[in-house]
Design a protein around this ligand. Structure first.
Ligand SMILES: [Ca+2]
Ligand SMILES: [Cu+2]
Length: 411
């Protein structure tokens, strides 16, 4: 699901999907690549943006070019070897030192945990060896309060608040060029899980201040993660803060917290001693979120326990942008090189066979919409993806910083 305006006549954007008949499903005002209307319907059904909108049975197309027809030898998880050097100084406010080191990156190879939700994670295979330098990372997702401070200081206007420009979308009728963003809009009844337009809608005037549309707001939610941020919004915030966005490898090293090959950032069991460790989805997806973990929808940023590096919400709650372009075969390319990948920065260009014309970055962490009924992306090592101009109300970010730089306001 992306925010690109539709070429055809506009239909009213409904905050609720209409149902399984596939009719006006409020995808209406969205999306659909200008030049690709004909195949767009097909492509969008193949699972678009990330995660919760993906068919659990979808798998990436055969890899292209150098990775084609060559299978790297299967390897399992090996120990994480953390760097021993201590933090180069006291961590900047709100950040922790992540020591870096060598670790096994990726999600379980078959047959381990090859259950429903994991079948969609072929893009997180094979497991391969990666080294990252140490860095500072925000303990929490960037909050509404922090983002408001940034906007107050700079006057920054997010992508979702800008109407798409006619010159960027030739052929789109002016009435389709309105500001808005993608919102989780579940049906009130069970639907087949093969069409994510049944629970995602492009909603007029949805943006970070109004995450699920104009009637919603963030009053009293200063300590909730900011959402409805496109990639460039996250980048603008990071630059202002004197920080940057994490690479996918840095993100995963940090999330694993020194553990090796565990399914969850806290260990082996989803609910150790019955305790909820992350904000995910219970009930029946997508029509009935029972909120047994304490929250239907987003939770405040430090509600659940942090991982062993002191990082909160590295599983569930909201997805997080990373700086890597997305390609489903990137891990395979790295594995074929056959040595430890040092500080990998992602592929040079994005490519998602399911959406060949949409430039996507990798998302990480899963969200409050993740469920083993559909996409278990709270499992560490699994990946998400999203078109760069598209924010949603289950996508946020956090920042990192190199050891030698100083954040805003510190010297
Ligand atoms: Ca929940
Ligand atoms: Cu998910």
């Amino acid at each position: 699901m992306s925010r690109k305006p539709k070429v055809g006549p506009v239909q009213p954007a409904s905050p609720r999907a209409e149902g399984a008949n596939g009719k006006s499903i409020a995808i209406s005002a969205t999306v659909l690549l200008i030049a690709l209307v004909a195949c767009a319907a097909y492509l969008t059904l193949r699972g678009h943006a990330s995660h919760a909108d993906e068919s659990p049975l979808e798998r990436p197309q055969p890899p292209t070019d150098d990775a084609r027809n060559v299978e790297p030898p299967p390897v399992g998880f090996q120990a994480t070897i953390e760097n021993h050097a201590p933090s180069p100084g006291p961590p900047p406010k709100g950040m922790v030192w992540v020591p870096g080191g060598e670790f096994s990156m990726g999600a379980s190879d078959p047959p381990g945990r090859d259950d429903l939700g994991m079948k969609a994670t072929w893009d997180a295979r094979p497991i391969h060896r990666v080294y990252v330098d140490g860095f500072y990372m925000d303990r929490r997702d960037v909050t509404n309060a922090q983002f408001a401070e940034f906007v107050g200081a700079t006057g920054y206007v997010t992508v979702a608040e800008r109407a798409p420009r006619a010159e960027d979308f030739p052929g789109a009728p002016p009435e389709n060029l309105f500001a808005g963003s993608v919102v989780f809009s579940p049906p009130n009844h069970a639907v087949p899980l093969n069409n994510h337009f049944q629970w995602w809608a492009y909603v007029k005037r949805a943006n970070w201040r109004h995450p699920s549309g104009p009637q919603s707001n963030i009053l009293g939610k200063g300590n909730y993660p900011v959402v409805q941020v496109a990639y460039e919004d996250a980048l603008a915030y990071a630059k202002w803060a004197g920080k940057r966005l994490p690479t996918e490898a840095e993100w995963e090293f940090a999330a694993r917290g020194g553990l090796a090959g565990k399914p969850f950032v806290w260990g082996d069991e989803f609910r150790p001693n019955g305790k909820w460790m992350a904000n995910t989805y219970q009930g029946h997806f997508p029509d009935k979120d029972t909120g047994e973990d304490g929250f239907i929808g987003i939770s405040p940023v430090t509600h659940y326990p942090p991982n062993s590096y002191g990082l909160y919400d590295m599983a569930g709650n909201v997805w997080q942008w990373t700086s890597d372009w997305y390609r489903p075969d990137y891990y395979k390319q790295l594995a074929l090189v056959g040595r430890v990948a040092r500080n990998p920065q992602g592929p040079n260009t994005p490519f998602d066979p399911a959406d060949p014309n949409e430039p996507k970055k990798a998302h990480r962490g899963g969200s409050y919409l993740c469920t083993d009924q559909y996409c278990s992306r709270y499992i560490v090592g699994t990946r998400g993806k999203g078109e760069i101009s598209t924010g949603t109300n289950h996508l946020g970010f956090r920042c990192v910083m190199n050891s030698k730089t100083n954040p805003r306001g510190q010297s």
